[in-house]
Design a protein. Structure first.
Length: 569
């Protein structure tokens, strides 16, 4: 029996849009290659190292189904080997370049990067057999990691018009998880932490009951999901979600569960506890993101990644693209950045890990002393922040896990384990929300993206009608409908409106969205016509099936109409 005051879990959300054979630098498949080299392989190295050291750690890692499909794809694995080999070679060329320039400091950094890329290449190919998903699955089988899932292509669930699409996103995602990990998932990171409670939907035919997201999760056997801090605590968004929305776009009408109105919500919750949710009380629980620990990473004022000794992300060598500089301090322009010092950065990583572990102990002990309850801290982040954006971040996670595993006051746990061992004692009526700017839908629905949603909603209805009209297809009809379902999922990805809104890849995202829409419509045209398929249409289907190939076990009948019905268990 533990004597600890409370529990802690990192909750890392791993996601990238579908980028297989969809361009290279600066947008496209290299997104996946970068993440493998800079985040996923370093993180696996850290977790395997800890296990081999005998450190009894626990961590929750979410992997979206569309990312898992790509990481398991032989073509992407092959392309990654080329990517890593090229960068190791580019760093090696820098060694000679800096030697010729009589710059020993930069030469040493080039040697550092040559060794670093060579090590990542060797780890991927030899230690993990080019199988990131398999390596993560082994850590789950050994009890160190809980791998949670998400919706199939990270579709923004509250803004989808048809419950068939919510169900299809979740069922396809769960099927993909089972295929890759050999078990059913029990935890899920809802895309963008976007939640929608049950409500009555006004339609031309009258009112239709729309179930809360938790009902769809219960139908898939999911036991716990994660939400933003303000959704549980009440009040204004904090941390990552504290941005201001503009105008009425994306504003949330605060729809609550059918059984509880806002006035009946007894009291604000706390992120130190789990709660049963709405329609699925006793079946599905929620954990809120702990904002205090989150701020140590997200805060622009005192977050660790802004330390002056850490590597500067934005400045890259004009020849090789290597990042040879450090942050150096606030307000420095890129041209004034001092050179990077890996040894000094490692010292700061250890300092920050000790500070964070002490903070976790302080917070869990404080909650226990003030409530006499055993609480939990769920510290939620995008996985790609660590290693890719914050170069030293993976080493920081590794040291935090090592320190907390040795703590007398904190138990390391996973999300599902905590729910099973500490059942919630209260039902919460969560408001509609996300972890986007303003805590609402603005990041995905705004003047820049509103043109996308009628197209998405039209495709949802068309897929629903096709599924209903073809209960027992013959010939190539099933292949056509299954590929149409893939294209529907791909066009529903939350990444396309996100990238338009943020401006990170506006034209690319608009093009990708439109391409998947066009492919869906072309397939739907053929399927609706029925009958014989021409040679040209067969070739088109074969080409699309090769290009957009995730979810080989997809069943288009998942998208059968179910408005007002979350689905059978």
């Amino acid at each position: 029996m533990t004597n600890a005051s409370g529990a802690f879990t990192f909750v890392l959300h791993s996601h990238l849009p579908y980028a297989r054979q969809a361009g290279m630098w600066p947008h496209g498949e290299e997104w996946v290659h970068e993440a493998i080299a800079e985040t996923y392989v370093p993180l696996l190295n850290a977790l395997y190292d800890l296990a081999e050291e005998g450190v009894d750690y626990r961590i929750t890692i979410s992997v979206t189904p569309i990312l898992a499909e790509q990481l398991a794809d032989p073509l992407i694995q092959e392309h990654f080997l080329t990517y890593a080999e090229e960068r190791a070679a580019w760093a090696a060329a820098d060694i000679g370049r800096f030697e010729d320039a009589n710059d020993p400091e930069m030469k040493q950094l080039a040697i550092y990067y040559h060794h670093w890329y060579s090590r990542m290449l060797s780890s991927f190919r030899d230690r993990f057999k080019s199988d990131v998903i398999g390596a993560l699955g082994k850590l789950q089988e050994d009890g160190y990691v809980e791998v949670s899932t998400s919706a199939a292509t990270h579709g923004y669930l509250p803004l989808l018009a048809r419950d068939s699409s919510i169900y299809g996103q979740l069922e396809t995602g769960v099927q993909s998880y089972e295929r890759h990990f050999g078990r059913k998932p029990t935890a899920i990171w809802l895309p963008e932490c976007a939640y929608r409670p049950a409500y009555w939907d006004e339609t031309s035919d009258g009112q239709t009951q729309r179930p809360g997201i938790e009902s769809f999760l219960a139908a898939q056997g999911i036991r716990v999901f994660f939400t933003e801090t303000h959704s549980v605590e009440g009040g204004n968004p904090v941390g990552k979600a504290a941005g201001e929305a503009i105008g009425v776009y994306g504003a949330v009408a605060r729809r609550y569960t059918l059984e509880l109105t806002p006035s009946e919500q007894e009291e604000p919750g706390t992120t130190y506890k789990a709660y049963w949710v709405g329609d699925a009380a006793g079946e599905v629980a929620v954990l809120g993101r702990n904002s205090r620990t989150g701020q140590q990473v997200w805060s622009g004022d005192f977050g660790y990644p802004g330390d002056l000794w850490y590597r500067e992300f934005h400045r890259k060598d004009g020849v090789s693209g290597m990042q040879y500089w450090r942050i150096g301090g606030p307000g420095l322009d890129l041209g004034s950045k001092p050179t990077y010092d890996p040894d000094r950065a490692r010292e700061r990583t250890a300092d920050h890990a000790r500070h964070f572990a002490s903070l976790v102990e302080e917070l869990t002990t404080g909650y226990h002393e003030s409530t006499d309850q055993y609480g939990i801290i769920a510290s939620n982040y995008d996985t790609e922040l660590f290693g890719h954006w914050w170069f030293e971040g993976v080493d920081w996670i590794k040291e935090v896990l090592r320190l907390l595993a040795a703590s007398d006051s904190v138990d390391l746990t996973t999300a599902s384990t905590f729910i099973e061992e500490h059942h919630p004692d209260r039902v919460m009526a969560l408001p509609e929300s996300s972890w986007g700017s303003g805590g609402n839908h603005f990041t995905w629905l705004n003047p820049e993206t509103e043109w996308m949603w009628p197209i998405i909603h039209g495709a949802e209805r068309r897929m629903e009608n096709l599924a209903g009209a073809n209960p027992e297809p013959s010939g190539m009809q099933a292949d056509l409908l299954n590929q149409a379902a893939r294209e529907l999922l791909l066009l529903q990805s939350s990444d396309w409106p996100f990238l338009v809104t943020t401006g990170q890849a506006k034209d690319y995202a608009s093009q990708r969205f439109t391409e998947h829409v066009d492919r869906f419509q072309a397939l739907a045209d053929i399927a609706e016509r029925g009958g014989d398929v021409t040679t040209e249409e067969r070739d088109m289907l074969a080409a699309l099936a090769d290009r957009d190939n995730p979810f080989p076990a997809i069943d288009y009948r998942s998208f059968t109409e179910r408005q007002g019905n979350a689905g059978s268990r």
